[in-house]
Design a protein around this ligand. Structure first.
Ligand code: ASP
Length: 354
């Protein structure tokens, strides 16, 4: 049920959604949010209250850095008690990275943080922006029978899909349904009504305070395998100085070549104290290094499993854990356990043999 007394904060960071066409020049220009109601008269039909904050400067999301994530978290922290929910308007290109990072940086979240954007600018006739924005606001204001928010998660709403943010990936640069969550079901679907799957929505401990965290460490590299990858390429990436973790993007259920030079290079990297995390290039399913000899060699070399984490989640969770200066062995344990539903729980993993 929409809380008609709700106060929602709309945070515009940039991206296509906030663009309008200049009728004289035909070029796209940032939308003036002080005229939000005249551009979106539909908003006046909501009885709840919407305030907005605009990032200065607004950015294309390809320019997002961890500093912007800290700014978003800081904006939410300083307005946390004043609002019932938050909607972040964001470019689609890196929206899944932002959603994943925010899910780790805000602990025990009590309120909805809904990210959305659009494939066409808000000022275009066929825009998907209005529908995305209006539904995102409704989701942020929706409460249950007890007056608690229905979706106290960092989530992405796009086209018809309400998705757990840290399970998403941008999959389409052209169609309106740009995001998918392959390894976790939709938290909700919008059609004539917004339908929530309430048993799979994360519930915080409302008696415990929300905590905001700002430490992130970006000393992470990635190595994506392909048939024929040069030994020199592999060895150069693995030997990078000052790197705390490497994400190895492997094949299928976590497989990599058996060539002795490759396995040796990985073993040496682990011995140097670098965390090597195995995630699969497949969208669906999870890493199971016990299944094939090619995976078992990685396991023996000290590689850890990323299970069914997306690339976006793997990298932001590592940034968070390394940033918080946990011991290496502690990080390895924490990578096995979901912090905020970003990987499938141990007891739900059917093929867990580690
Ligand atoms: N390049 C734009 C961005 O991510 C695309 C978009 O907004 O969808 O900011």
């Amino acid at each position: 049920m929409i809380d008609v007394n709700a106060h929602i904060l709309l945070i515009y960071t940039g991206g296509t959604i906030g663009m309008v066409e200049n009728p004289e020049t035909g070029s796209l220009e940032p939308f003036d949010f002080s005229h939000l109601n005249s551009h979106l008269p539909e908003l006046q039909r909501f009885r709840f209250h919407v305030d907005h904050i605009v990032f200065n400067p607004v950015i294309d999301s390809s320019d997002i850095t961890p500093e912007h994530w800290k700014k978003m978290v800081h904006t939410i922290e300083s307005n946390y008690n004043k609002y019932d929910g938050f909607v972040i308007l964001h470019g689609t290109d890196t929206m899944s990275f932002t959603a994943s990072a925010l899910s780790f940086m805000i602990e025990n979240l009590h309120k909805p943080i809904v990210l959305t954007g659009s494939q066409l600018p808000i000022g275009k006739l066929r825009t998907d922006a209005k529908e995305n924005l209006i539904t995102a606001l409704e989701i942020a204001a929706d409460k249950d029978e007890l007056g608690n928010p229905i979706v106290p998660e960092v989530c992405i709403f796009f086209q018809n899909d309400l998705l757990r943010g840290n399970r998403t990936t941008k999959v389409n640069a052209e169609n309106f349904n740009a995001f998918k969550s392959y390894n976790y079901p939709n938290l909700g679907k919008s059609g004539i009504q917004i339908r929530y799957d309430r048993k799979i929505i994360h519930q915080p401990d409302f008696d415990k305070k929300t905590a905001f965290h700002y430490r992130l460490d970006t000393r992470i590299a990635t190595l994506k395998l392909f048939p024929g990858i040069e030994r020199q390429t592999v060895e150069t990436i693995l030997a990078l100085k000052n790197i705390k973790a490497i994400i190895l993007e492997t094949y299928g259920s976590g497989n990599a070549p058996l060539s002795p030079w490759f396995v040796e290079a990985i073993r040496e990297t682990v011995k140097r104290g670098v965390i090597v995390l195995n995630i699969t290039q497949c969208n669906i399913g999870m890493v199971d290094m016990q299944r094939y000899e090619t995976g078992r060699e990685l396991l023996k070399a000290g590689v850890i499993s990323g299970f069914d984490a997306t690339f976006e989640t793997a990298i932001t969770k590592l940034m968070f854990l390394i940033g918080h200066k946990y011991e290496k062995e502690d990080i390895k344990i924490r990578m096995r356990v979901p912090m905020v539903g970003e990987i499938t729980r141990l007891e739900d993993r059917t093929n867990e043999r580690l």
